[in-house]
Ligand binder design. Structure first.
Ligand code: ADP
Length: 502
């Protein structure tokens, strides 16, 4: 009997384009930092592979280049690139965090986007072809064969394709690939000349073929077509992305036609990093039993924002990439109305210059009530979660969303649109008076959002009621352990089936 069938806890290679605390643009990094740890705690042998970008602080994380073992082999336009694997020191029963170092591809100030031009790097196709190819080089170098290759988003979308090529050559016969969609809005589209860079893929590129999509090469489609198992990050999003173009962006038909059902497994949060009782980045630690101490964080946040502290005035917060998905088009027209409730408002994020400019202007006009930091700032993100009263997520779509869970853990009440993971994690406090954890609205309009804001403010004015909602929110279990068990089950299902033939 093979190892694969014997093993209750599979060996997992987790391929990801960002991983906290090394590199991060959004939720994928949080998940790549926390899910492998949770799988390791369950007993899996997990290796995480990610690129070594210029922003990764190799010294701080004590990364060391693997002294022995085969090096990855990469060529571009016939030119060999110098590449090697670096690793973080491994602690007992923790995953092995490995990095693909190839300075010609990754040693740049941005992760996907050039911060100077605000455009995607022009060689993003090759940067993530390289990541997918080198996943197999890492295994060879380590003399280690994973049972499961866990592929995350389009950047790892070619891993299942390469696995199928290897299987045809009799390698990795017992391994299975699981493709997880963290955000269906990003497909990894490239011009047709990318086909030649992929290698042995010409026969797959034809109208309607497994890597073709409207005359372009589509890495996410490749992943969905070749993977042995499919998942996404919440049950509601799993339903949404199969249901309509608005969520699937054209790949809904691929999902619906797949012989492997798409599973929706809700993300967790890292409850060690996001723990108000121990968080070193906030002004005062607190928990359910010491909820009154939360106010010290509000005081510190107001001081930082330049607001006068007023316990009776709610502080609203947003921490987000400033992109269309996050609902700024329905939120922005309301901000002055919210400020006149009265309320104070802090925004942390960066992205679309149109909204960046608008927020900058609002901060100039209402310095006592509105503050914005157009940056990526983890320390401030923790203080905002701890110090604000309400957290706004009016997303047009939201695969899972992490901030609503982080907010609830810090007794900060989320106001969310009912979509994706927001629908799966927040209970409306007006609909369920006993168990409510936040405020929900359905229609993607400013009017509906404002109505939810007014309901939240009315609850806030009733101190006993607000405390109850905060306690409900803080008692939710958003730890990774439950979700990791579901991933394990998905892996076991894939391992018990023959490999998928695309
Ligand atoms: P997405 O992955 O779509 O950006 P998520 O809610 O899943 O959204 O995850 C966002 C993560 O990124 C959270 O951990 C959030 O706190 C963090 N984040 C987003 N913008 C910033 C910022 N400007 N500064 C610090 N953290 C940020």
């Amino acid at each position: 009997m093979s190892n694969r069938k014997r093993s209750e806890f599979p060996r997992v290679l987790f391929v990801t384009s960002e991983v906290t605390p090394f590199s991060k643009t959004g939720g994928l990094a949080d998940i790549s930092g926390a899910l492998p740890k949770a799988l390791s705690r369950l007993g899996c042998d997990v290796r995480v592979l990610s690129p070594l970008y210029g922003c990764v602080d190799g010294e701080r994380h004590a990364l060391a280049v693997s002294a022995n073992g085969a090096q990855p082999s990469l060529t571009i336009n016939g030119r060999a690139l110098h590449a090697e694997f670096a690793r973080a020191p491994r602690r007992d029963s923790e995953p092995d965090f490995c990095f693909l170092r190839c300075d010609a591809l990754y040693d740049r100030p941005g992760i996907y986007v050039d911060p100077f031009s605000n455009q995607d790097y022009v060689d993003n196709d090759y940067r993530f072809i390289a990541l997918a190819k080198c996943a197999f080089d890492l295994c060879r170098s380590d003399h280690w064969t994973p049972d499961v290759l866990q592929c995350n988003d389009w950047q790892a979308g070619l891993v299942p394709l390469y696995l199928s090529q290897r299987r045809r050559r009799g390698e990795f016969a017992e391994s299975r690939a699981v493709m997880t969609v963290h955000n269906m809005a990003y497909h990894g589209w490239f011009k047709a000349d990318t086909v030649a860079r992929i290698g042995d893929a010409e026969a797959l590129y034809f109208p309607g073929g497994p890597i073709e999509f409207y005359g372009m090469v589509n890495f996410l489609k490749a992943g969905l077509e070749f993977a042995d198992g499919l998942s996404t990050v919440s049950p509601t999003y799993a339903h949404e992305i199969q249901s309509s173009y608005d969520f699937g962006f054209g790949l809904e038909t691929v999902l619906r036609g797949s012989p492997r059902p798409l599973q929706g497994i809700l993300n967790g949060i890292d409850t060690e990093v996001w723990n108000p009782e121990t968080d070193p980045r906030i002004a005062a630690n607190f928990g359910i039993g010491t909820l009154p101490w939360k106010v010290e964080n509000k005081r510190a946040l107001c001081a930082k924002a330049g607001f006068e502290f007023n316990a009776g005035v709610p502080v609203f917060a947003v921490i987000s990439r400033i992109v269309g998905q996050k609902g700024f088009e329905i939120l922005a027209p309301l901000i002055t109305e919210i400020l006149s409730l009265p309320a104070q408002f802090v925004i942390l994020g960066s992205g679309d210059p149109y909204y960046e400019h608008m927020f900058h202007e609002l901060a100039r006009v209402y310095p006592d009530r509105f503050a914005v930091k157009l940056a990526y700032d983890e320390d401030l993100a923790h203080l905002i979660e701890a110090g604000s009263d309400m957290f706004l997520m009016p997303s047009k779509f939201e695969p899972c969303g992490l901030n609503q869970m982080m907010s609830m853990r810090y007794g900060t009440i989320p106001i969310v649109r009912v979509t994706g993971g927001l629908a799966d994690t927040v209970i409306d406090a007006d609909t369920d008076l006993l168990h409510g954890t936040g405020f929900r609205f359905y229609d993607y309009t400013s009017g509906e959002l404002m109505h939810a804001v007014e309901r939240a403010v009315s609850a806030y004015q009733d101190a006993d009621r607000w405390r109850r909602i905060q306690r409900n929110a803080m008692s939710q279990d958003f730890s990774w352990d439950r979700s990791a068990r579901q991933y394990l089950q998905l892996y076991q299902e894939c391992l018990s089936q023959p490999p998928r033939v695309a």
